[in-house]
Design a protein around this ligand. Structure first.
Ligand code: CDP
Length: 215
């Protein structure tokens, strides 16, 4: 029997990455932050001085990614989040990244994946789907703290504008737009801290996997 797959989706800076990491540690499952795939693809283009709209180069970069080789500090900047959202709107780039993500999810032990289209496109059969959200102001505040902790300039108004722009682009694109899967549990973390969000998510996983045989 295949392992437990937990699909976590949500808008920019919703806390889905933190939640996915906590769940993966708790259940001893591998975790894939799929946003890094789009960030790394965009980064490869920018490093070569190529425009983000260069589909052929973006597809080649996406196909060449190695899941274990990400420079976190470089990829998690504001600039790269914005650039990632531009390349992520290209259906050919998304197609180039599908197998890598599905193979990760198909590991015998199971997996936790977080992104925008995990429950809708990548793992439509995932046992557990959680859509993590929070108000844009809360998300911008969290992202500002996160960036400040990394030493990046944290201009709240600019970050709030980024978050709103990215939400709009991610939700309105034709290819795998950010949307809530029909069978996803919506977890609004506006008034929850990390522990509160984790406890709520754990309750969802336990509820969904009740009666399920593991093996
Ligand atoms: O951490 P944050 O939520 O700000 O961003 P991320 O998850 O690293 O994703 C960066 C960008 O990649 C998003 O704005 C999306 O446009 C894109 N993305 C996507 O289209 N599909 C995914 N499964 C993951 C990310």
């Amino acid at each position: 029997m295949s392992g437990l797959v937990i699909a976590i989706d949500g808008p920019a800076a919703s806390g889905k990455g933190t939640l996915a990491r906590r769940l993966a540690a708790h259940f001893n499952l591998p975790h894939l932050d799929t946003g890094l795939l789009y960030r790394a693809t965009a980064c490869a283009l920018l490093d070569e001085g190529l425009p983000l709209g260069d589909t052929a180069a973006a597809v080649a970069a996406a196909r060449g990614l190695s899941l274990t080789d990400f420079d976190d500090a470089k990829l998690r900047t504001r600039e790269m989040g914005e650039a990632a959202s531009v390349v992520a709107a290209d259906p050919q780039v998304r197609a180039a990244l599908i197998d890598m993500q599905r193979n990760f999810a198909a590991r015998a032990e199971g997996a936790v994946l977080d992104g925008r289209d995990i429950g809708t496109v990548i793992c439509p059969d995932a046992k557990v789907k959680i859509f993590v959200t929070a108000g844009p102001e809360t998300r911008a505040q969290r992202r500002a703290l996160e960036l400040a902790a990394r030493g990046e300039e944290a201009d709240y108004a600019g970050i709030l504008a980024d978050v709103k722009k990215r939400d709009e682009r991610d939700s309105k694109r034709g290819a795998a737009p950010l949307s809530v899967a029909d069978d996803a549990f919506v977890l609004d973390t506006t008034d929850l801290d990390i522990d509160g969000a984790f406890r709520a998510a754990l309750a969802v996983v336990e509820e969904k996997s009740r009666g399920r045989k593991t093996g």
